[in-house]
Ligand binder design. Sequence first.
Ligand SMILES: Cc1ncc(COP(=O)(O)O)c(C=O)c1O
Length: 362
Amino acid sequence: MQPKITNLINEQIKVLNSKQAINRGTNSIRLDKGEFPYPPSPKVVQAIATAASEINRYPDVLGGDLREALAKYTGKKINQIIIGNGSDDIIELILKVFVTIGEEVLLPIPTFFVYDFATQVVGGNSIAVPRNKDFSLNTDAIFEKLSDKTKVIFIANPNNPTANLVNRNTILEILERVECLVVIDECYYEFCQETVSDLVEKYPNLIVLRSLSKSFGLAGIRLGYAIANETIIDYLYRAAQLFPVNKLAIIAANAALEEQDYVNSNIQKICQERNQLTLAMENLGLIVYPSATNFLFVSTKNLGITSQNLVQSLKEKNIFVADFGLKQGLDAYHFRTAVGTTRENQILLAGLNEIFDQKQNT
Ligand SMILES: Cc1ncc(COP(=O)(O)O)c(C=O)c1O
């Protein structure tokens, strides 16, 4: 008997798309993944190297002293903190714990794609709620979509890909009105210093998500964390893997948290680069949205070139940025670029210049 394997696959998984390996080649300018362009501090690298000889041992089950360090960093108690294999992992964990087949997750779109993806994996229904034209939240539309099936609302603050902040009063208005879980994703917290982590004691349905991928330059090590009340953290840990975070990630994150000056000076550099890149792109005729992050969200509309064509032309020059043309809630003219090093930003600008010159001459 040869069983047909697809008959055994869960229905909600059958409809997912296959993942493709992306080859960004060598010597490419990689601005498509929102990465921080500076490496971690030498002390972090040294800590990983020193710990490498101990990886025959499992990591501490709940993350050991890293939770303590994060509690100190955030001003919270240890049992208000959970760590995970990137904040992506914690997003999945939240959905595993709170959402079952047919239940609803509200997503103000456009927003970070993982919320929708992870909702589909657990068989939940993503309910898209369009943002206002300036990408601010449309709270009336959110309240209209609430139903007795709504379990979670995800709000990225600042948002990816649109780079804008949500007003604190708007978050408070939502927290006052809803009974479902509210996840405020502060992946870019260090760039804007805006947080609602002070509200987790008041609102038992609030989870604040954070990451060491961006400002701490640790995307490759995969370390995210969440802040919430003790009950939520306890249930999340019950459903988590026994060893959700690898030993080197714990060591690296601990070392990175001790290097606050290094992190702050990198953030300052990125903000300067971001402002210069914004001006230079505006001078080329692009519309650049205000950014509270380490990336820029850009419209090509004024230049009459679709973002798909522009992103493809840049790719041919070995420059990678992310196309958002015709993605949920967007027209055909949007792309996102990380703010890179001075050199990377100059290469991006030169590439754009060439493409626009060529377009004018044809
Ligand atoms: C809003 C938002 N949340 C979460 C993540 C994922 O972060 P991590 O690398 O910690 O999984 C990203 C990554 O780009 C993001 O933009």
